[in-house]
Ligand binder design. Structure first.
Ligand code: TSX
Ligand code: MN
Length: 583
């Protein structure tokens, strides 16, 4: 007799009474179940089989055309006190939010099947992992959750053992943007999502659980749930260091997670291992280091821009067993998106005959869903129960000017300020103005499940006696010269910057102390064979005093925007740097 399974059954009954499904299906995660669901979706037109010769077991899903991305304005964190959600979240009182969304759920599954998906975020045997159950009426969600999480019987067994799970209730509803809400109840470990079938709105294990709810849990339990990739860098001696890195959107996070070393580095024996491309859960180990897991089992990546040039590992893994969402197709029924050098789209993402005047063929936020194990660089340690030890934390942003290629934070507190001050220029991929600098602390702006001021405080709290914290860095691959061209080649050559970072961790290379942190001197960075002009390297590694004074003023004002809850240590750090720049 298990009280956890009783509680689960009771919740499933409750939801069934509210939503009135025709059938209830408990997902076991088996291959037979997956085949049966695929057949059903193909019969219903929810999935379109792609070219079986070039893309065996690959399918295309076309979403409703007004349901193509996350919806921040409809995403709420429902804590009892508004202040606990903070100015970084939309807030609604829990009772009001439940009433509002339950009214939408009432009877919404009539004529539909209700799927119960037990899932585990993280390796099934890892103490850092956490389980959840998503109830949904979308077989497409089931198919994606099967790729993105450890789904089915083993997860259910762990839930029974552990006695706790995150409850996620989802319905596609009418896919009406006017009847759509993504509600989080962190104190109840509950998510309710109505009216969207897309990505982060619907695959509740990802952004809703592994970031918003988990960040809240992590604060009370002393760990970190972060919007970070995890990558292992193996040097020619066979030593592997793990780096966790946070970037705002449109900075090439997935590309960095799957980086292929430049030829000269490959010849010397450098290797790069992908642990994760989006989310990182980190916890201090008995040795004082931070140990990290990727809570996900797959990649839900942006398709446009993925090519042999930008990310050969990703392109290669998309040749089989992949779900594509909102991409275009060629005359041969191959998937196609902007950024591929060959192929011609004949049908756009909505299934209409492709006409260049109608905009891009693939939706700019079109996606692939694929098992992580299909990636050639997938780390043999990605499934280690104890996780991987993190040597460096890297924050980044897209900044045409001012921000150097790389700098190192002096200490943990400075590093937390660097993360809290993260900012990036908007690109055409997002809606709104292009080229505007937006603050996005730790790349968590849309994903932190509580007040950012408290979150900064939580980060600072890891600086304890005995802690062996990673060094913190900031990178910017996107500096432009006066000619408007990118100064840094980026992509695989970013390994040169990672090499400096890891040599700093090992105390093997020098740095120039400056007011904003420690920078490589030109000779510290391996730029051999790049053909960079020396004055371009100098520009990439220059600290512009006037510009940084203005930046630090803005950062000060930004910290002030979180009011009295902002940790004093961060304000002190900001003033210290501002004073150093002035002095
Ligand atoms: O992903 C990128 N990375 C990280 C790679 C590991 N991108 C693509 C960003 C869009 C999502 C980059 N774009 C990077 C980068 O490091 N750098 C740039 C800018 C850039 C673009 C083109 C060239 C150089 C720099 N060069 C040529 O096109 C020849
Ligand atoms: Mn993300």
């Amino acid at each position: 007799m298990s009280s956890t399974l009783d509680a689960l059954n009771q919740w499933v009954d409750e939801v069934a009474r509210l939503t009135q499904p025709d059938r209830i299906h408990w997902c076991d995660g088996s291959d037979a179940e997956a085949r049966q669901l695929n057949d059903l979706m193909v019969a219903r037109g929810d999935l379109i089989p792609l070219n079986d010769k070039t893309h065996p077991n690959c399918f295309l899903h076309r979403s409703s055309k007004s349901d193509v991305a996350r919806v921040e304005h409809l995403t709420f964190v429902c804590t009892p006190e508004r202040e606990d959600a903070g100015p970084n979240n939309h807030w609604m009182a829990p009772a009001e939010a439940h009433a509002k969304v339950d009214a939408l759920f009432a009877g919404c599954m009539r004529g539909r099947t209700m799927y119960v998906i037990p899932y585990c975020m993280g390796p099934i045997d890892s103490p850092i992992s956490r389980c959840g159950v998503e109830i949904t009426d979308s077989p497409y969600v089931v198919a994606n959750m099967r790729i993105m999480t450890r789904m089915g019987a083993p997860a259910l067994a762990r839930i029974e053992r552990e006695g706790t799970f995150v409850k996620g209730l989802h319905s596609t509803g009418e896919l009406d943007p006017e009847r759509r809400f993504i509600m989080h109840f962190p104190e109840e470990l509950t998510i309710k999502s109505y009216g969207s079938g897309y990505g982060g709105n619907a695959l509740l294990g990802k952004k809703c659980h592994a970031l918003r709810i988990a960040s809240y849990q992590a604060r009370t339990e002393g760990w970190l749930a972060e919007h970070m990739l995890i990558v292992g860098i193996e040097n020619p001696k066979g030593e592997t260091h793990y780096v966790a890195a946070a970037f705002p959107s449109a900075c090439g996070k997935t590309n960095l997670a799957m980086l292929i070393p430049p030829e000269g580095y490959r010849e010397k024996g450098w290797k790069v291992w992908t642990v994760g491309d989006d989310i990182c859960w980190m916890k201090p180990g008995a040795d004082g280091r931070l140990w990290a897991i990727n809570p996900e089992a797959g990649f839900f990546g942006v398709a446009p821009g993925t090519s042999q040039k930008t990310n050969p590992n990703a392109l290669a893994m998309l040749g089989h067993d992949t779900i594509f969402t909102n991409v275009a197709v060629t005359v041969d029924n191959d998937p196609w998106w902007e950024g591929l050098p060959t192929g011609t789209p004949v049908k756009d993402w909505q299934g209409n005959d492709y006409q260049p005047g109608n905009g891009p063929a693939a939706h700019p936020n079109s996606r692939f869903t694929v098992r992580a194990s299909q990636c050639a660089s997938f780390s043999p340690h990605a499934e280690d129960a104890h996780g991987v030890p993190i040597s460096a934390i890297v924050f980044g942003g897209r900044r045409e000017s001012l921000v150097p290629l790389v700098f190192e934070a002096r200490d943990w507190t400075h590093g937390v300020l660097v993360g809290a001050a993260m900012a990036s220029e908007t690109t055409a991929a997002a809606t709104g103005a292009v080229g505007v600098v937006r603050r996005d602390p730790m790349a968590m702006k849309p994903f932190c499940g509580y007040n950012f001021a408290d979150y900064f405080g939580h980060w600072l709290s890891f600086d304890q006696p005995g802690a062996k914290l990673p060094k913190v860095f900031h990178v910017n691959w996107f500096r432009k010269g006066s000619d408007g061209k990118f100064l840094w080649p980026g992509f695989g050559d970013n390994l040169r910057v990672l090499e400096w970072i890891l040599d700093r961790v090992d105390g093997k290379v020098g740095a120039q102390p400056t007011a904003i942190g420690n920078l490589p001197r030109a000779a510290d960075l391996d730029t051999q064979g790049l053909g960079l002009e020396p004055h371009h390297v100098d520009e990439l590694l220059h600290v512009d005093r006037d510009g940084w004074q203005r930046e630090m003023d803005e950062i000060g004002a930004y910290l002030d925007s979180y009011g009295a809850r902002t940790p004093e240590a961060l304000r002190r750090e900001q003033r210290k740097i501002a004073d150093a720049l002035a002095g």
